[in-house]
Ligand binder design. Structure first.
Ligand SMILES: [Zn+2]
Length: 397
């Protein structure tokens, strides 16, 4: 533990204490901007909402590599897995003071780590051979912030050659997962306007649900088992190929029944076939099908850069610290997908669980809790990786 680690834990607790929903990250962004400016970075605020882009120029000319963190908290009334409510509290003294809003996806840790990486590298203790761009994005949960930031053009102007990020996971604190060539699924939203009553909707949703090959986990044991399975080569591929279907029914003001279906599938190319299957079911039920937009893209980790990162991290942190996953968690989309469309790179799974103390590290569960030592670990992992990538790209090794 260093002084910086302690200060970052303080920062995380401050953000945890006053969580802000997507699009409302004013105070969080303010804290981030303040710390980055104090560290000497060139900071642009208000990018695509409360987004921040900060530039750190190293001691030598060289390529540009980017790092992203997300800042928004979770709406606990809408976006939490239906597990039993927690009977333990791990954030006593800094628990959310905002009813219905909490950092249950670990973005408070992501933000603290991003600030920590920037601060650690701004000291010049490690050679930075080129330029690092730090992106702090708003509105990750509704998958809107990345697009809004990219629409401003600020990130593209800096032309990063590689992009990295991490996400909290139920792997043990002190580990980091890489999944070369894999990533998180894209998502398609389909609306079906149905004739008839609730019985027609019930029959239709049963048929649509049958397209799914996997259900959301129903318990923390199931959740953890699926994460562990990512590292079993025999089952990993089938996990990655799962089709995940969610749906809800609403009634329009004119009384029309509308079934909304969310489809998550990997890889992106399978959406065309899935759409055709839903269309067929809708036609058979006499329904009208609508696609409010194109599918949200899958997040694809570069096989080459993930592998290189995994090897570097094994060398720097010890091979026991790196978990090689043959797939990714197939139930969530990730806004980082859009940054990876700008430049290749990878998102890693940062282990934040501590089984002994009961911290589950499982994002979007009602009792998400993280071992804060993961913050310092994440900072060292990412600071090392980013300087290594600059050196590698400038032909330094
Ligand atoms: Zn998240």
């Amino acid at each position: 533990m260093t002084n910086l680690d302690d200060e970052l834990i303080e920062l995380r607790r401050e953000i945890h204490h006053r969580p802000e929903l997507a699009g409302e990250e004013r105070e969080t962004a303010g804290l981030v901007a303040q710390q980055l400016r104090a560290a000497g970075l060139e900071v642009t605020t208000g990018v695509g909402g409360h987004g921040i882009v900060a530039v750190l120029d190293g001691s030598a000319d060289g390529p540009t590599v980017a790092y992203r963190a997300d800042m928004d908290a979770v709406d606990t009334n809408a976006n939490v897995l239906p597990f039993p409510r927690p009977d333990r509290v791990f954030d006593e003294g800094f628990a959310s003071r905002v009813p219905g809003v909490a950092h249950l996806c670990g973005h408070d840790l992501h933000t603290a780590i991003g600030v920590g990486v920037a601060r650690a590298l701004a000291t010049g203790a490690e050679p930075v051979r080129g330029r690092l761009v730090f992106v702090f994005q708003p509105a990750e949960e509704p998958l809107q912030g990345a697009r809004a930031m990219l629409e401003s053009g600020v990130v593209q102007k800096l032309a990063p050659r590689e992009f990295y990020a991490l996400h909290c996971s139920p792997f043990p604190c002190g580990t980091i997962g890489v999944s070369p060539g894999y990533g998180l699924p894209g998502m398609d939203h389909v609306r079906i306007v149905l004739p008839g009553g609730d019985d027609v909707a019930a029959a239709f949703t049963a048929e649509v649900s049958a397209l799914g090959t996997v259900a959301f986990p129903q318990s923390i044991a199931e959740y953890n088992a699926r994460f562990r399975a990512l590292m079993e080569p025999e089952t990993a591929a089938s996990i990655q190929e799962s089709v995940c279907v969610a749906h809800w029914t609403e009634r329009e003001p004119d009384g029309q029944l509308v079934v909304n279906v969310l489809l998550r599938v990997w890889p992106q190319q399978r959406f065309a076939q899935l759409r055709a299957q839903v269309e067929q079911l809708a036609a058979a039920a006499g329904g009208q099908i609508q696609f409010p937009g194109d599918p949200f893209p899958a997040m694809v980790n570069s096989a080459e850069l993930s592998t290189a990162a995994g090897r570097y991290l094994s060398g720097a942190l010890g091979s026991q610290s790196v978990l090689w996953a043959g797939a990714s968690w197939p139930f969530n989309c990730e806004d980082f997908a859009l940054f990876l469309d700008e430049a290749p790179g990878a998102q890693f799974y940062l282990g934040v669980a501590n089984a002994e103390s009961g911290m589950n590290g499982a994002p979007h569960t009602p009792d998400f809790a993280a071992d804060e030592r993961a913050i310092g670990f994440g900072v060292r992992a990412m600071a090392g990786l980013l300087t290594e990538r600059l050196a590698a790209r400038s032909g330094g090794r």
